[in-house]
Design a protein around this ligand. Structure first.
Ligand SMILES: [Zn+2]
Length: 463
């Protein structure tokens, strides 16, 4: 069991709740609503996913095992429309953008989830759940469609804090043939001409969006489970509907904490032309390192909306530069002092307490930066002792782990520098200054970079 207590804000009850395993197994189960794969992933989606990746890291850090599931919605109107526009199958579209999503996930140094289930692989699970909901009187059929009867679920509206009559006025309710009540929503949609469809007891059709998450969280997390996550734009109707279905299906409260991540807004007037269009993740990754992107996201509290602007990017760049500089100075530091002029443990405590209080990565980052400033002056004044150096290194490692940073320089810079050194060495050899040429080769060798002369050309490889 964890000795540290993490509290997270639960949207449904409006209270900060202690995160703890609901069973006697030391496991925190987390379900995250993933992408609908009809286009390239952008920074808005990854604000949510980076947040949860960092949360998973914190949970592991404080001693829990984590089972986290991120679903992929691979059938949807948007996917069907895009496929029709491009004259390809819905699978061509969903697989192309699933690949993109998974590639970005890996490149951002995100932990692999326990499962990344795709909705169309769980149609049978959905049919089983829908059947039981009909049997128990929560759902009804209407000419090949199946609807959930919202009036049968008394607690409807608790997540989005709305009464049902307000919901009808405030939102565009789903259209559907044969609905009894306006708020009722589709569990199963009768297929239209030319649309992908699956066989079911109610005729050929496809599942509604919300039932997908009920089916996949049931399959992998066996509710009740500890945390359900997603962007705040999913509170209504998606999470409200998902909760109504899952609770009715299992006969109890399915989720202990509903956790929502604030959306990312583009501060357009503050964006330069050069940066303004970098919102697609694969484009962002050409320009920014994964470390920088993660810091841009994690420097704002997850529940707040993040205003994405040049200033925000600049701020994150400065933070990253400072951390890297001090980290390098610390690793090279060898002229030890007597110590006692920096209290590393109290910085670490402050840092962790900020994280444990509703996962405040913004305040925790500020605390970490005040540690970094203090550490740099301690190093510059040669007052750091050897044990303090080791303690500071381990604190930085902890920070790196939780924020998911590598603090490594991009390999391509390395490669350019090695290329430069190889050219200088060739020039020295041409001028017969072998001593210095050999020195370059030996020093690179010590760094694990081996040079080999093949005729006129020199190649290198890492060992
Ligand atoms: Zn979902």
């Amino acid at each position: 069991m964890s000795g540290r207590i993490l509290r997270l804000y639960d949207t449904r009850t409006g209270k900060k709740k202690e995160v703890k395993p609901l069973r006697n197994d030391n496991i925190i189960r987390l379900y995250i609503c993933g992408p609908t794969v009809y286009d390239y992933s952008h920074i808005g989606h990854f604000k949510t996913f980076i947040t949860y990746d960092s949360l998973v890291r914190l949970l592991k850090y404080i001693g829990y095992d984590v089972i986290h599931v991120v679903n992929i919605t691979d059938i949807d109107d948007k996917i069907i429309n895009k496929a029709a526009e491009e004259g390809v199958s819905y699978r061509d579209i969903s697989e192309k953008y699933t690949d993109d999503f998974l590639e970005i996930w890996r490149r951002l140094n995100m932990m692999p989830p326990y499962a990344i289930p795709r909705a169309t692989y769980h149609i049978q699970d959905m049919i089983t759940i829908i059947n039981k909901l009909i049997e128990d009187g929560y759902a009804y059929t209407a000419d090949g469609n199946v609807y959930f009867s919202v009036s049968k679920f008394e607690k409807y509206g608790e997540i989005s804090k709305q009464k049902t009559d307000e919901l009808i006025q405030g939102y565009r309710v789903e259209e559907g043939e044969g609905k009894i009540d306006m708020l009722d929503f589709a569990l199963w949609k009768k297929s239209k001409e030319g649309e992908p469809s699956w066989e079911s007891p109610w005729g050929p059709g496809r599942p509604g969006w919300h039932i997908e998450c009920t089916a996949m969280s049931n399959r992998f997390l066996d509710p009740p489970f500890e945390i359900h996550g997603g962007g705040e734009d999913l509170k209504f109707p998606h999470h409200e509907n998902e909760r109504a279905q899952t609770n009715s299906y299992i006969g109890g409260e399915a989720v202990y904490i509903w956790m929502h991540v604030g959306i990312l807004k583009f501060a357009k007037e503050k964006m330069s032309k050069s940066l303004g269009n970098i919102i697609i993740m694969r484009d962002m990754l050409k320009k920014f390192s994964p470390d920088l992107i993660r810091l841009i996201i994690l420097s704002t509290h997850y529940r707040k909306q993040l205003e994405y602007s040049d200033d925000k990017i600049e701020e994150a760049k400065n933070i990253l530069r400072r951390i890297k500089r001090v980290y390098r100075k610390l690793m090279d530091y060898e002229e030890y002092g007597v110590g006692g002029s920096i209290d590393i443990d109290s910085y670490r405590d402050r840092f962790l307490n900020e994280l444990l209080n509703d996962f405040n990565t913004a305040s925790a980052l500020s605390s970490f930066m005040s540690f970094i400033y203090r550490l740099e002056s301690t190093i510059d004044n040669k007052k750091l002792s050897k044990s303090e150096k080791l303690n500071a290194l381990s604190f930085i490692e902890e920070f790196k782990y939780i924020y998911g940073l590598t603090l490594k320089d991009e390999l391509k810079h390395d490669d350019k520098l090695i290329g430069l050194l190889i050219n200088v060495r060739s020039e020295l050899r041409r001028r017969r200054i072998y001593e210095v040429a050999d020195m370059i080769r030996n020093m690179l060798g010590e760094m694990g970079i081996v040079l080999e002369d093949l005729g006129d050309k020199t190649i290198y490889y890492r060992i």
